[in-house]
Ligand binder design. Structure first.
Ligand SMILES: [Fe+2]
Length: 179
């Protein structure tokens, strides 16, 4: 394929990604309303249409724009995005809302900032664990719970396979791990 960078087609792909992503959310909102108004089937139709919007945006973003990295890279990108939200963007939006007299919206941005900071911390811890290869290793014996069947394994590392359901190590999580 020809070089996309700088082309009108690249711009159109970004616009398509933004549009499809936005419509996906709107269809999910429409589904909620349909269900509240007593139309479960119409809710299903909106949800199904929302899923197709996700599929379209996925092809644009992953296949053509090639914007999704591996988990370590994605955790770093997520940390950076959340940092921008809580340290700059939402702080600015909060100030602007208050300046214009929208106190409730100012409060809303303050809460959004707090949530973004919380996520930044979670992503940072996960980033460090993936980087250091300690996602399935604990310095002290701990309880590892299978997320598929809830079987518990005790030890300093997650088992290779679940003894109950045979699901792999990737399904194990440290019990009590708040992340
Ligand atoms: Fe299991």
């Amino acid at each position: 394929m020809k070089e996309l960078k700088g082309s009108q087609t690249e711009m159109n792909l970004y616009l398509t990604f933004a549009g499809e992503s936005r419509v996906r959310n709107r269809y999910n909102f429409f589904s909620e309303v349909a269900r509240l108004e007593g139309y479960q089937w119409i809710g299903n139709v909106f949800d199904e249409a929302a899923s197709t919007k996700y599929a379209h945006s996925r092809e644009v973003y992953r296949r053509y724009l090639d914007m999704v990295g591996n988990t370590l890279e994605n955790l770093k990108e997520a940390m950076e995005g959340e940092t921008i939200e809580y340290s700059t963007l939402y702080r600015q939006f909060e100030e602007e809302a208050r300046k214009e007299g929208f106190q409730q919206i100012g409060d809303f941005y303050k809460e959004l900032s707090a949530v973004a900071k919380n996520y930044e911390e979670k992503f940072e811890e996960l980033y460090n664990r993936v980087k250091d290869n300690t996602v399935y290793i604990s310095p002290v014996p701990t309880r590892w719970r299978c997320m598929n069947c809830s079987w518990i394994h005790e030890g300093t590392s997650a088992p290779k396979l679940c003894a109950l359901c045979y699901f792999p190590k990737s399904f194990f999580k440290e019990e009590g791990d708040e992340i």
